[in-house]
Write a protein that binds this ligand. Structure first.
Ligand SMILES: *[C@@H]1O[C@H](CO)[C@@H](O)[C@H](O)[C@H]1NC(C)=O
Ligand SMILES: *[C@@H]1O[C@H](CO)[C@@H](O)[C@H](O)[C@H]1NC(C)=O
Ligand SMILES: *[C@@H]1O[C@H](CO)[C@@H](O)[C@H](O)[C@H]1NC(C)=O
Ligand SMILES: *[C@@H]1O[C@H](CO)[C@@H](O)[C@H](O)[C@H]1NC(C)=O
Ligand SMILES: *[C@@H]1O[C@H](CO)[C@@H](O)[C@H](O)[C@H]1NC(C)=O
Ligand SMILES: *[C@@H]1O[C@H](CO)[C@@H](O)[C@H](O)[C@H]1NC(C)=O
Ligand SMILES: *[C@@H]1O[C@H](CO)[C@@H](O)[C@H](O)[C@H]1NC(C)=O
Ligand SMILES: [Zn+2]
Length: 321
């Protein structure tokens, strides 16, 4: 009797902890090394993300202009939520931003954006550049409108685009993030959400100097790790202060602190990584000087980054303010 009760309790516990393999995390037995047990897509594919982008190994190519629609419109109401894995922002009221052009053969509509961070400012980004981590990475997920909706697009290898932005640490706060940051404390707990009214535009939230980017075929960086993503990783980085980055680390997942949520880099497997050659035809440079000062950061450093494969962590974190 006692042993059969024990057995039932065991089964129930097993079901709760591993039931249907629906959950994943970033530590221990639910960490990235074990995702493949419950999600076969995370195991052994040849196009997994993130990767280490080696800038001396990219194929330079002049793409048509990337066209960003409605990125300049302030968003009326956005919803910020803690889904247990990240802080995720979707649009409740406002024009739906979309993109086309560049390496893309279709129009892609905005679905959501979210972040990846680390335990400290020396780590956090998922994609690396010349083996260099950044303290935060923003992923804007868009789906191919030819497939009608997001879930349908997940079944096609050109189904999704992730526009990816890296961050660099500054002394000064980034005012475009103040509204967003003011919402973060409300979503510290798993499954909490909050609406933010009178939000900034996606141009404010990212950077308008987007002519320099690398692009490659890859996957979602979370289960089910579907290999359906065209990655567009922008070279210009977004400035954010240490305190602003720190706010992300205060979030909790379903089983404790969510102080880091980046997947380690995956094998590039001889994938072609392209870098757009900016020309007068495909660049839309910022007109506003405030944007410009923030966005020339990595471009200036590219001169250093290209020839130097291993870049001093110290340089990145302390030379930039
Ligand atoms: C766009 O089409 C070209 C030519 O068919 C193809 O090589 C490329 O991979 C496509 N790009 C994407 C992002 O699907
Ligand atoms: C990348 O950086 C990590 C951590 O700094 C280091 O352990 C590793 O050896 C580096 N890999 C390459 C290929 O340089
Ligand atoms: C994509 O967004 C536009 C608005 O920007 C909308 O008119 C269109 O219906 C959307 N397409 C899909 C498939 O959701
Ligand atoms: C997405 O589109 C497919 C095919 O058109 C449809 O069967 C499905 O119900 C749609 N899903 C959602 C969530 O709208
Ligand atoms: C957002 O961008 C617009 C246009 O560039 C600018 O006027 C405004 O000051 C920016 N707002 C914030 C909060 O950065
Ligand atoms: C998350 O919150 C929604 C309501 O916002 C609720 O319906 C759902 O059951 C919650 N999920 C969990 C796992 O707590
Ligand atoms: C830029 O576009 C114009 C008109 O579309 C075209 O005539 C010109 O050849 C293009 N220049 C380059 C460098 O592609
Ligand atoms: Zn992501």
């Amino acid at each position: 009797m006692a042993s059969s009760i024990a057995r039932i309790v065991c089964l129930i516990l097993l079901f709760i902890c591993c039931g249907h393999g629906q959950d994943f995390g970033y530590d221990g037995k639910s960490g990235p090394d074990f995702w493949g047990l419950n999600y076969r897509g995370c195991n052994g594919g040849k196009l997994q993300s993130p990767i280490d982008i080696q800038l001396n190994n990219v194929i330079r190519k002049e793409f048509p202009p990337l066209i960003f629609e409605h990125f300049d419109k302030p968003l009326e109401t956005v919803r910020l939520e803690n889904n247990g894995h990240t802080a995720l922002l979707s649009i409740k009221i406002g024009n739906l931003p979309n993109i086309r052009g560049g390496p893309l053969n279709a129009t892609y509509n905005f679905t959501q954006l979210h972040f990846h961070w680390g335990r400290n400012d020396d780590e956090g980004s998922e994609n690396l550049i010349n083996n260099q981590s950044f303290p935060l990475e923003l992923h804007m997920v868009l789906f191919n409108t030819d497939y009608g909706n997001f879930s349908n697009a997940l079944n096609h290898d050109d189904g999704l685009v992730v526009l990816s932005f890296l961050f660099h640490r500054t002394i000064k706060e980034n005012p475009s993030y103040q509204k967003f940051e003011s919402g973060l404390p409300a979503v510290e707990n798993f499954n909490a959400s909050v609406d933010i009214v009178g939000f900034v535009s996606l141009d404010n939230f990212t950077t308008t100097d987007r002519s320099e980017y690398v692009t490659y075929r890859g996957s979602l960086t979370t289960p089910p790790c579907s290999e359906v993503v065209t990655w567009i990783e922008f070279i210009n980085t977004i400035p954010l202060s240490h305190d602003q980055i720190q706010e992300f680390r205060l979030l909790s997942g379903s089983d404790g602190k969510l102080n880091h949520n980046f997947r380690p880099v995956q094998a590039a497997n001889d994938r072609s990584v392209y870098m757009n050659i900016p020309t007068a035809n495909n660049s839309n440079k910022p007109t506003n000087s405030n944007q410009k000062s923030s966005s020339t950061y990595l471009k200036n450093n590219l001169v250093l980054l290209v020839p130097v494969i291993i870049f001093s962590q110290k340089y990145f974190n302390f030379a930039v303010n």
